[in-house]
Design a protein around this ligand. Sequence first.
Ligand code: PEP
Ligand code: MN
Length: 292
Amino acid sequence: MIPAFPPLRVARSSHPDYAPARTRAVTVAGVEVGGGAPVVIAGPCTVESRAQTLAIARACRAAGARMLRGGAFKPRTSPYSFQGLGREGLEILAEARAETGLPIVTEVLDPRLVSLVASFADVLQVGSRSMQNFPLLTEVGRAGKPVLLKRGFGATLEEWVYAAEYVALGGCLEIIFCERGIRTFANGEYDRATLDVAAVRALRGLTPFPVIIDPSHAAGDAGLVPDLAAAALSLGVDGLLIEVVEAGADRRRVKCDGEQGIEPGELAAIVARAGSEADLRRAPLTPANAAP
Ligand code: PEP
Ligand code: MN
């Protein structure tokens, strides 16, 4: 599927020192993604206010999340929807990091704003809608920060891998792939996007970089998130990216993706499950599921 020539920087074939099943871990402020234990990254969809973000960041920290997510620049379908707080949102995230110690994952939408966002972020997120914004990919690759590359909701694996190659060409080999669901005929009926679980295995065969799953944007509904998260963990993913709302929040008042944010108590349950999964991976129960 991916042609052998030219050899891609992001392909396993370009990393002969990596055995077929090994992952090239990405370390973010001491948190290792791809080191064996699944990492839970959690936070609000969008930074809406200082109070909301700090409250959710504290709750995520208490629930055991290892990184904080939150959008300051939001890709919105309608230009009339809330677009994020911009720079002020980045400053709020930095304050949340200072208080909780959690590194920040935040999206950059505009190639002109990469250096601004990179001056705050620990990980630059490229969103699903931007996966084939080639000037953005190149700029993000030059920024000197790890990159979380979401799959375009209409992208093939090949397109996704080539998007990562643009990032790598900029000089960045700290790439985390994130599957977040694709559009299929069923969308809207019982999920927001179809979580492409088979893609995880295929992608792992192609690239040595960590692969995580975002169950929130695939689910579109908080009730479905724990099941998709559990399915993701059982696939052996390197992490989860999860949206969280404040406990008891009025979802209708959340400015973006309120329906799909889980409460901190549910996040704690997912973190516990990720911990059990890490134990399983360290000490497989039977020779049959031992790592090769
Ligand atoms: C997000 O993470 O808030 C987001 C906008 O996700 P996606 O790009 O996957 O839709
Ligand atoms: Mn969102």
